[in-house]
Design a protein around this ligand. Structure first.
Ligand SMILES: Nc1nc2c(ncn2[C@@H]2O[C@H](COP(=O)(O)OP(=O)(O)OP(=O)(O)O)[C@@H](O)[C@H]2O)c(=O)[nH]1
Ligand SMILES: [Mg+2]
Length: 305
């Protein structure tokens, strides 16, 4: 089996576990809970990019539960913290391409330049291939010079077909043609790349709106997923990006790339709580196989393992 989801997800948390969450585990490794325990917990969660609002909510809820249940020992409190964290993440969980079984699923992939979009598309393509899907890619980033070639390299490597127009052409037309091609060739998943940068942010958002609209007009219900790729190493900045994209198009899920490259995996909590957009996948490395389905229990276990 190619996708050992749990291990990839937990392995990608090595840096996070060895830094902030390792220290949180240390806080709860024995002895009694004191005022200092709470203060240190709060500081570590914020340092791990959990975000101030989410940290306060988590710590307050935990304090309350500890008081209510007359818990004194720190190790019992750690189990409760893990439960609270799982609950926070599970509240936002949803299955990718829920209600599949349709003849063609269109997945639109958006995100700022450099976030890991193209690599994540390759991973998604690989993921679908491993499930027996026939995948077609659409080179919707017609702005950046090398973007089409980069996707073409991945398409060749993965053995999937690619629909591309010339650089500078209309990305809506690329998607329109790609839907035609997918239907003609019996592909059941179409994954479309988009630009991460145009002349202005306003232009980019207008373009994304237009692409989204074209997809819906060509195939009712499409795009079935609009996945925002966020770079986990950009921390709280990613939240602002996500808000901007969500205002332009209805983002249905997140692909959190480069989780292996950060010690601040706590961003996952901030994203879940503050954006309310489910995290569907995480990127765990630079290869096409380096993708894991997000799972709240495995994730939280991986933080403290
Ligand atoms: N370690 C690690 N690196 C990643 C991951 N995902 C992407 N990368 C790397 O991040 C860099 C940027 O990835 P791209 O896929 O080119 O990003 P992009 O968003 O398509 O960038 P533009 O096309 O320039 O907008 C590359 O060097 C990738 O190998 C990941 O999950 N882990
Ligand atoms: Mg790209």
């Amino acid at each position: 089996m190619i996708f050992q989801r749990t291990n990839r997800l937990q392995d990608s948390l090595t840096r996070t576990r060895q830094s902030f969450f390792g220290r949180i585990a240390g806080l709860f490794s024995g002895g009694d809970i004191t005022e200092e325990t709470w203060e240190a917990l709060e500081a570590l969660l914020i340092a791990a990019d959990v975000g101030v609002a989410t940290t306060i909510e988590l710590v307050d809820a935990l304090r309350e539960q500890v008081a209510r249940e007359h818990i004194r020992h720190a190790d019992e409190a750690q189990d409760l913290l893990k439960q609270q964290m799982v609950a926070l993440l599970q509240a936002k969980t949803r299955r990718y391409l829920e209600g599949d079984g349709r003849p063609l699923s269109v997945v639109l992939v958006v995100g700022v330049n450099g976030s890991g979009k193209t690599t994540s598309i390759a991973k998604l393509a690989r993921y679908h291939q491993s499930r027996g899907d026939k995948v077609l890619l659409a080179a919707g980033d017609t702005f950046r010079a090398a973007a089409i070639d980069q996707l073409a390299v991945w398409a060749k490597r993965l053995g999937v077909e690619l629909v591309a127009h010339q650089q500078g052409s209309d990305p809506g037309a690329v998607l329109y043609d790609a839907i035609d091609a997918a239907q003609a060739r019996g592909a059941n998943v179409l994954i479309a790349d988009t630009a991460g940068r145009l002349h202005t942010k306003h232009n980019l958002m207008q373009e994304l709106k237009k692409i989204h609209h074209v997809a819906a007009r060509r195939l009712p219900g499409a795009p079935h997923e609009t996945i925002l790729v966020l770079d986990a190493t950009t921390g709280q900045n990613g939240l602002a990006q996500a808000r901007t994209f969500s205002e332009a198009v209805p983002v249905t899920g997140l692909f959190l790339a480069k989780l292996d490259g950060t010690a601040k995996g706590g961003i996952v909590f901030a994203v879940a709580r503050e954006l309310g957009i489910p995290i569907l996948f995480v990127g765990t490395g630079e290869h096409a196989e380096d993708i894991a389905e997000f799972d709240a229990v495995q994730f939280v276990d991986g933080l403290f393992r």
